[in-house]
Design a protein around this ligand. Sequence first.
Ligand SMILES: Nc1ncnc2c1ncn2[C@@H]1O[C@H](COP(=O)(O)OP(=O)(O)OP(=O)(O)O)[C@@H](O)[C@H]1O
Ligand SMILES: [Mg+2]
Length: 234
Amino acid sequence: MARLLDIDGVSTGYNGVSVVRDLTMHVDEGEVVTLLGPNGAGKTTTLLTVSGLVPLMAGKIEVFGRSVEGRRPHRIAREGLAHVPEGRALFYQLTVGENLRLGAGKGSLDIKRALSYFPALEPLMGRRAGLLSGGEQQMLAMARALTVNPRLLLVDEMSLGLAPIIVERLLPILRRIANESGAGVLLVEQHVHMALEVADRAYVLSHGELVLEGPADQLAKDRSLIESSYLGAE
Ligand SMILES: Nc1ncnc2c1ncn2[C@@H]1O[C@H](COP(=O)(O)OP(=O)(O)OP(=O)(O)O)[C@@H](O)[C@H]1O
Ligand SMILES: [Mg+2]
């Protein structure tokens, strides 16, 4: 199985101050991996560093076997890395269709394929993105990421502000994308239990350090492990 993302001994942060230290983790082809941890643990910073938006302070990151260091974010994206950021980042004045066409790589085929995962968007193609519900906006953000046919998909808190029942419907779609396209998915999620249900493996960050890792089904069975990592207990 190909290694899509390899993070090795990475420290990263802002203005010379590290907020993530000595992180080692990976994502392989077809895997859903979830990165968990309390607020401020460094999850978003980790994803931004993978995308090339925050520079590394130490260690190395390889995406598709090539170091990201010193490379421009759009170059990394062009090779097949898609990032659905915290807060969706849609063009709210534009329609659903326009948002999709802006992101699309080769054109309408990719849009069609992306919509096949989110059929609820089809009747909304002419609606302004700003008028969609929170769940619909999240679907649009995901669909837009899919239009580039990503090999590695980073998803940051897709569930923020959504009802649990919507999250329960959206997370299995990530599983399907990984299974059907062979893409790797790195998912940051507050709904720990639901994330573990769709993930193959999980990593838990606390105060910028990796405190727990393992197969998702094992961690799901022993929730006290995860809870104690969150609280920083023994
Ligand atoms: N642009 C920035 N400049 C300086 N410090 C930052 C910046 N962005 C985040 N931080 C700090 O880095 C630390 C990690 O933040 P990060 O956003 O990565 O956490 P997170 O795990 O994604 O949290 P949450 O679950 O709340 O989204 C926090 O202490 C935060 O205040
Ligand atoms: Mg975050």
